[in-house]
Write a protein that binds this ligand. Structure first.
Ligand code: ARG
Length: 563
C-alpha cells in the first residue's frame, strides 16, 4: 500500500459515512516540503457536513484517527499533516523488494492481452534517421513497461518498403549504379542514386516517366523489377540490423508496407460496400468532414494506392492476427493527422476497436536548434553517432577505472545507453537538441550517471560481501534513508503512470531521482560502519540497486556491475 492509501484508510475510519474512501483519497495532497509531512489532508470539504470551522474539524479529526501507522499527525490550521511511520514502511518496502527483486511492481492489469507496437519503421534505401531512432527506443521501452503490467507486446517494424520511389531507384540503378557499390555501402549508395535521380530529373523530365513505368512493372510483379526491389530491401535491412544490434532491440515482425499489397483490395471493397468512397478528380477519397479532418485519399487517379490504404490494411490485419487489447504506433508528431484519419476511416467502416489504437507521437531531435534533414544527402548517420558515443564512454572509463576487465563491453553499454536515456528522459512530445558530449557525461541527469550510481552500490555490496535474506526483517532507523525509501515505495505507481501515459520519461525521471537520493544518502551516512544497523543499510542499498536496474531495464539500458 502506498502512503496515500494508508492515510485515506485511517481518515475514512474516523469520518465513517461522511465521506467515501475514494472521496478522502481524492482530497489528499503531497506537501511541498518534508517539514509538512508525507501526506496532507485539507479539512475544508468537511466544513459543510459538520458545520464547524475547518480548523476545528482538523483538530477533532486528529484526535479520532488511529495513529498506529504514523509517527505523528500535526494540525496546521485547516490542514492535517501526516508523518508516516518510517520504520514500519522502510521494513515493509525493503522486505517486499527482497522477495520480489526485479519483479517488484509487476502486475497483471493487462490480462496478457496483445499489444502490437508499430515502431522504428524506417524507409528502405534511405538512412535510418534520428526520428526513427526515437520511434525505436520509445516503442521498445513501452514494450517493456506494458509487459511489466501484464500485456504481451509485439514489436512490429512497419518498413517503408513500397512506393513510387522504388521506380526512381530502379531507373537510377540501371543507368548509373553498380552492384559492387550497392553491396559495399548499400544505404549511402542507394541514397546517392536517389539524390542523383532528382538532380537529373530537373533537366530531364522524361526520367520521371520512366520511373513511373518501372514502378508500374513492380506493382504488376515483373521479375526484374521485383528482384531489384527485393535486393534493395535485403541490403538496406542488413544495415538497419547493425543499428538494431547495437541498440539490442529486436522485432517480432518486419511486415512492412509491401506486405499489404495483396490485402488492400479487400479494404477498397469494404469501403465501396459501405458507400464511403467518393470520386474526386478521378481519385477515390473518404470524406471525413464529420470528424473535422481532410478527406483520406485512398486511391490515386492512376489506380495507385497510398500510405493510408496500406495502414488501413495493416490495422485490420493486426486486429485479426493478434486480436489486440491495444494497438500502438510510435511515430513522429508530424504524422498526427494521418493517424487521426486512419482511425476515422476505420470507425466509418464500423470497427469500434479503432478506439483501442493509439498514436504515440513524439517531438523532433534538432542539432544546433535546427531540424535534421535527409534531403540532398545531408544526414546524420546514426551508426556513426552511436559509435562516437561508445568511444566517448570508453575514454571516460579509461580515466576513472583503467583496469576494468570488460571495458569494451561496458563502454558499449554506457555509450549506447547514454543515447537511449537522453532520448527517453524528456516528455516525449518535447523537441530536444542533441549534443553528444552532454549526452555521454557521467554527471548530471544522464544515463551514465544512473548506471554509475548502480555500479557504485554494487561495489558496496561486494565489499561487504552482502547477500539479501528475504525472510529477514531489516529494521532501519535513520532519517537520511527516508527519501530513498519513499522513491522505492512509489515505484509500482510510477510504472503504472508510465504505462497509462505511454511515457517512458516517467521511468527515466524516477531513475534520476532515485540515483540522486541515493548519492545524497551515501554522502551523509557511513554505510559500512560497524554498528547494529549495518545489515539494514546494506539491505537498503540492495533494494535501491535492484530498482535502479529495473528502471534501466524498462528503458532498454544495461546496468553494469562495475564501470
Ligand atoms: N516509414 C514511415 C516514415 O518513415 C513511418 C511508418 C510508421 N508506421 C505506420 N504504420 N505508418 O515516416
Amino acid at each position: 500500500m502506498n502512503n496515500k492509501e494508508i492515510v485515506a484508510k485511517a481518515i475514512f475510519q474516523a469520518v465513517q459515512d461522511d465521506l467515501t474512501l475514494e472521496q478522502v483519497a481524492q482530497l489528499l495532497e503531497n506537501p511541498k516540503s518534508a517539514e509538512h509531512g508525507d501526506v496532507a489532508f485539507p479539512a475544508f470539504s468537511l466544513a459543510k457536513i459538520y458545520r464547524k470551522a475547518p480548523q476545528q474539524i482538523a483538530a477533532d479529526l486528529a484526535e479520532k484517527i488511529d495513529g498506529k501507522d504514523f509517527e505523528k499527525i500535526e494540525v496546521v490550521g485547516p490542514y492535517l499533516n501526516f508523518f508516516m511511520n518510517k520504520a514500519m514502511i522502510t521494513e515493509a518496502v525493503i522486505g517486499q523488494i527482497a522477495k520480489d527483486k526485479g519483479h517488484y511492481g509487476d502486475s497483471n492489469i493487462g490480462g496478457q492481452g496483445n499489444v502490437p507496437i508499430d515502431m522504428s519503421s524506417p524507409n528502405i534505401a534511405k538512412p535510418i534517421s534520428m526520428g526513427h531512432l526515437r520511434s525505436t527506443v520509445i516503442g521498445n521501452s513501452l514494450a517493456y513497461i506494458l509487459e511489466k503490467i501484464g500485456y504481451q507486446p509485439i514489436r512490429i517494424n512497419h518498413l517503408g518498403d513500397w512506393g513510387t520511389q522504388f521506380g526512381k531507384l530502379i531507373v537510377a540503378y540501371k543507368k548509373w549504379g553498380s552492384e559492387e557499390a550497392v553491396k559495399n555501402e548499400p544505404i549511402a549508395e542507394l541514397l546517392r542514386l536517389y539524390v542523383d535521380f532528382h538532380e537529373k530529373a530537373e533537366t530531364e523530365p522524361e526520367l520521371e516517366e520512366e520511373a513511373r513505368a518501372w514502378f508500374k512493372k513492380l506493382e504488376e510483379g515483373n521479375q526484374e523489377a521485383t528482384e531489384l526491389w527485393q535486393w534493395f530491401r535485403t541490403e538496406s535491412l542488413k544495415e538497419f540490423d547493425k543499428i538494431y544490434a547495437m541498440l539490442e532491440i529486436s522485432f517480432d515482425s518486419y511486415n512492412g508496407e509491401a506486405f499489404y499489397n495483396d490485402k488492400m483490395a479487400e479494404v477498397v471493397t469494404m469501403l465501396e460496400e459501405k458507400h464511403l468512397l467518393t470520386q474526386n478528380d478521378g481519385a477515390e477519397i473518404v470524406d471525413l468532414s464529420a470528424y473535422d479532418l481532410n478527406p483520406a485519399l485512398i486511391k490515386k487517379s492512376d489506380g495507385a494506392t497510398l500510405y493510408i490504404t496500406r495502414d488501413l490494411a495493416a490495422a485490420i490485419y493486426r486486429k485479426r492476427t493478434y486480436d489486440f487489447a491495444q494497438s500502438l504506433y510510435a511515430v513522429g508528431n508530424e504524422q498526427s493527422n494521418h493517424f487521426k484519419q486512419l482511425k476515422a476511416v476505420l470507425k466509418e467502416l464500423g470497427f469500434d476497436w479503432a478506439d483501442d489504437m493509439h498514436h504515440i507521437p513524439f517531438g523532433l531531435i534538432t542539432q544546433g536548434g535546427k531540424k535534421l534533414s535527409t534531403r540532398k544527402g545531408k544526414i546524420v548517420l546514426l551508426e556513426k553517432v552511436l559509435n562516437e558515443a561508445v568511444e566517448l564512454a570508453n575514454k571516460q572509463i579509461m580515466e576513472k577505472n583503467p583496469d576494468l576487465p570488460n571495458r569494451e563491453e561496458v563502454a558499449k553499454q554506457v555509450g549506447i545507453g547514454a543515447v537511449i536515456f537522453h532520448d527517453l528522459k524528456n516528455d516525449r512530445l518535447n523537441n530536444f537538441d542533441f549534443v553528444l558530449d552532454e549526452v555521454v557525461r557521467f554527471e548530471g541527469e544522464t544515463g551514465p550517471y544512473v548506471q554509475y550510481t548502480h555500479a557504485r552500490s554494487m561495489s558496496i555490496l561486494r565489499k561487504a560481501d552482502f547477500t539479501i535474506d528475504e525472510n529477514k526483517a531489516y529494521q532501519l532507523n535513520d532519517k537520511d534513508s527516508w527519501e530513498v525509501v519513499k522513491l522505492l515505495q512509489k515505484f509500482p505507481e510510477v510504472v503504472l503512470q508510465a504505462a497509462e501515459r505511454y511515457e517512458p520519461s516517467v521511468i527515466a525521471k524516477h531513475a534520476i531521482q532515485l540515483a540522486q537520493a541515493f548519492n545524497k544518502y551515501y554522502a551523509h551516512v557511513k554505510i559500512l560502519a560497524e554498528d547494529e544497523q549495518k545489515e539494514a543499510r546494506l539491505a537498503l542499498v540492495f533494494a535501491m540497486a535492484t530498482i535502479l536496474k529495473e528502471d534501466l531495464r524498462l528503458l532498454g539500458l544495461h546496468a553494469p556491475n562495475e564501470m
